[in-house]
Design a protein around this ligand. Sequence first.
Ligand code: AHR
Length: 527
Amino acid sequence: MTTTSSASATPATVEGVIDLDLPGHTISRHVYGHFAEHLGRCIYGGFYVGEDSPIPNEGGIRLDVVEALRALDIPNLRWPGGCFADDYHWKHGIGPRDQRPRMVNSHWGDVVEDNSFGTHEFMALCELLGTEPYISANVGSGTVEETSDWVQYLTRGDDSPMADLRRANGRGEPWKVRFWGLGNEPWGCGGNMSAEAYAALARQFATYSRDMGDNELYRIAAGAADKDYRWTEVLMKALGRALGDGEVLGHGKSTFQAISFHYYSVAGPWDDKGSATEFGTGDYYGILLEAQQLERILAGHAKVMDAYDPDKRVGLVLDEWGTWLDVEPGTNPGFLFQQNALRDALVASVHFDAFHRHADRLVMANIAQTVNVLQAMILTDEDSGALVLTPSYHVFEMNKGHQDAAHLPLRLRSTVPVRAASSRGTAPDAEVSLFSGSASVRDDRVLVSLSNLDDSSPMTVRLDLRGAPVGEPTARLLTADTLQAHNTTRRGDAVAPHAYDGARVDGGVLVVDLPAHSFATVSLPLG
Ligand code: AHR
């Protein structure tokens, strides 16, 4: 294993405290969730190549992609959209593949969708990944009956029409499905509705998305774009008496249990978002500004929810997040295929630190999207089929120890270096913090994640570890010569984590030397 040595120039210092004996809320493993839409090459070519492909597969599902993703311990996978969800009619995606009707994917590239990847294929993918399905029902253009039938088809076990149809298609036992989305972006591609109109529909669709047998649904109402707090408020009000009577959670409940919102880090106006790999220092700080804004927006939605639900029974779900940049030159603009550089990895680490700090309300988050679309974990080559792991993939892997761990608040006691930044996107000009970090404890092991976001200077982080003794630290580092560094089929390890000797515990203080633009994880045994 390669060891990256610590930096030598005089670093800025950030000081903080972690009380190891004062664990906070549990970080839901579901904030490390994923998203796979029928968009570009995410499903077709990404996850699914068909049974006749020379690429090793099981039932058409790529085994190399499955193997790579299993290393991330993916907790849930959202499907089939996105905007596509509100165009999707699930009955077209079951039965013999050569008899499935075709449709046009009008949102994404106007290409023909042959429905060869449908419900059975998605559930098989979840089983191979060892992950929970999160299915988004069609509220925008589908019927209540269609949604009700889909729940029955998936989760009903008796002698009944939908269960019989599933058996006729080769699956005897019902599946377990917990996460159930009620449409997607209903303020836009999901129907251009007002919050009030959607709230009424969400209650209706939730009512007919019933719990079958012991399968208990966790219904997620489609929420706001960015900081549309009013949308969240209208949905909280729509819970009305159900919330007051404590009727929100528990088996057989008919209303929704969580509200989502979407937030993308967009580095510029929609027609000029900027390249994923060719950008300057100003663009780098601009997108960090966008990423750091997420925490304020998350806190804004949580505050609205607190007013109606101080006991935090209703979950907040960020079921689409990530960088949204220009597509790679020469690719279909409707396919949203972008490269992924070290910069994207740092955007991911900033998001995770915010997720950990808001573990009391945030129950789930989903990166958009897992393969070949937006801030992907995996890129596949269209011609050779070869697979590349992105820098963002490595952050998910290095951070997976935070899943279901207890958050350990990291309290800063020094000034954190900042830098003025301006975004060509939605964030107002402001200061970007050059440090990001968070910590958690699980099974007598502390995991600390630290990012030095400074583009050119090293940083030393000193954290006073109080309340319990710790053993020797084991550290890993993700960095590269430049922020633009990225992995390709020719050079798959240009940005990859290495064992790191720049972390030590000195008199109860964890000292970590971070090179410029780097992300590190430090694992410490308790006791
Ligand atoms: O992730 C790409 C698209 O972004 C999704 O389909 C939609 O929900 C959002 O606007």
